[in-house]
Design a binder for this molecule. Structure first.
Ligand SMILES: C[S@@+](CC[C@H](N)C(=O)[O-])C[C@H]1O[C@@H](n2cnc3c(N)ncnc32)[C@H](O)[C@@H]1O
Length: 330
C-alpha cells in the first residue's frame, strides 16, 4: 500500500467505470496514483489515461516508473474545474471520453505533512492550499474575511454548532495578532469550545479545519464546474464515478446525476421535455466495507456515486456504443 495515500473503493470504482482497454479515461484527482495505477492495469497500449491534480507533490508521484512507462498516460497539473480546456490541448474533445473518476478531498500525504497546514495535529503554517501557487493561504483567508462570512463557512462546510461564537472569537484573535499557524486556529477553537461543554474536541477541530480548507480551495465551486465539464466530455454510455467525503459534496453529486443541476432543479425545453444527462447507476451510494474501513479508517465517510451518460435525447446509448460483451449478455 502506498505511504502517500491509501485509496478508497478501488475495486468498486474500477468496476463502475466498466473499462474498455482502448478507451479514453480521466482520473481528475491523481493524488498518490492508487486509482490511476489500477486503471492503467486494465488499459492496453492504445488506451489513454489523463490524470489531473493541482498539487506539485502529486505531480512528483506521477513521474514515477509505473506511470511514465505507460505510453498512454499523461499527467496534467491543473485544477479539475478546467478539464475541458486542458484535454482539448491534448486533442480530446467533448463527447469522446469513456470514463471519468474523481476521488474528492485531500490525500493522506497532504494531511500528514505539517508544513501544508491541513491538520490540527501538527504545528505548522496555516496554509491549506492544495495548489501551492494559489495566492491566498488559510491564514490570509481567516485574517481577511468578514465575520459573517466566517460564520457561514464554519456552519455550512463544517456543521460547527457555535459558528457565530467561533467567528466572533476569530475576529477578536486577529485584532491582536494575525493568524499565522495551525496553533492559532486551534487556540481560537479551544476558546469557542468553552461554550460547548461535552463536545468532543478532536471532532470539533476536524470540522473547523475542514470548513476552512473547503473555503480556501473553493472546493464546492470547483466541484460544480467539474461536474458540468465532465458531463460534456463523456460520450453516451460513458461513466462518471465520484467519491466524496462530505455530505454537502455528496448531495451536489447526487443532484447532478439525477437532474444535471447541482441544486437538483429539473429543467425542461420549450416543449416541456426533461433531458436528464445521466442514468443513475447507484440509487444509493456505495460505501466501503467494514473490512476496508478496518484496514484504512480514513475511508469511513467515503460515498461513491455513479452515473452513465445518456445521449442528447436522454436515452441510454445504443448497443453499438457498448463494448461487445455488453451487447450480447449471456
Ligand atoms: C483523495 S486524494 C486522491 C487520491 C487518489 N485517488 C489516489 O489513489 O491516490 C484527492 C487529490 O485530489 C486533488 N484535488 C482536490 N481537488 C482538486 C481540484 N479541484 N483540482 C485538481 N486536483 C484536486 C488533491 O490535491 C489530492 O491530491
Amino acid at each position: 500500500m502506498s505511504t502517500y495515500h491509501a485509496p478508497a473503493l478501488v475495486k468498486e470504482a474500477l468496476e463502475a467505470l466498466q473499462i474498455r482497454p482502448k478507451g479514453i479515461y480521466v482520473d481528475a484527482t491523481f493524488g498518490g496514483g492508487g486509482h490511476a495505477r489500477a486503471l492503467l492495469a486494465q488499459l492496453d497500449k492504445d488506451g489513454r489515461l489523463y490524470a489531473f491534480d493541482q498539487d506539485t507533490q502529486a505531480e512528483a508521484q506521477a513521474q514515477q516508473v509505473p506511470f511514465i512507462r505507460f505510453a498512454g498516460f499523461r499527467f496534467i497539473r491543473a485544477n479539475f474545474r478546467h478539464l475541458k480546456r486542458h484535454l482539448r490541448a491534448w486533442g480530446v474533445l467533448p463527447g469522446q471520453v469513456d470514463g471519468i473518476l474523481a476521488d474528492l478531498g485531500i490525500s493522506s500525504h497532504q494531511l500528514d505533512t505539517a508544513e501544508r497546514g491541513f491538520s490540527f495535529r501538527f504545528d505548522g503554517p496555516l496554509d491549506m492550499r492544495m495548489n501551492p501557487a494559489e495566492e491566498r493561504t488559510a491564514a490570509d483567508w481567516l485574517n481577511e474575511s468578514p465575520e459573517d462570512l466566517l460564520q457561514v463557512i464554519f456552519s455550512r462546510y463544517g456543521e460547527v454548532r457555535n459558528a457565530r461564537t467561533l467567528a466572533r472569537l476569530c475576529v477578536q484573535f486577529r485584532q491582536s495578532t494575525p493568524f499565522r499557524t495551525t496553533r492559532d486556529l486551534v487556540y481560537a477553537c479551544d476558546q469557542a469550545l468553552l461554550s460547548l461543554p461535552g463536545v468532543e474536541r478532536t471532532r470539533y477541530l476536524a470540522q473547523v479545519f475542514q470548513a476552512v480548507r473547503i473555503a480556501v480551495n473553493d472546493e464546492i465551486g470547483a466541484l460544480k464546474d467539474f461536474l458540468r465539464e465532465a458531463t460534456e466530455l463523456l460520450k453516451p454510455g460513458g461513466r462518471l464515478v465520484v467519491i466524496s467525503y462530505h455530505s454537502l459534496e455528496d448531495r451536489i453529486v447526487k443532484n447532478w446525476l439525477k437532474t444535471g443541476d447541482a441544486e437538483g432543479l429539473m429543467t425542461s425545453d420549450f416543449y416541456g421535455n426533461i433531458h436528464r444527462p445521466f442514468h443513475v447507476v447507484t440509487r444509493k451510494p456505495i460505501e466501503p466495507s467494514e473490512e476496508e474501513i478496518l484496514h484504512n479508517p480514513r475511508v469511513r465517510s467515503a460515498k461513491m456515486r455513479v452515473g452513465e451518460r445518456l445521449n442528447t435525447k436522454g436515452e441510454k446509448a445504443s448497443p453499438a456504443h457498448l463494448p461487445v460483451e455488453k451487447r450480447h449478455p449471456q
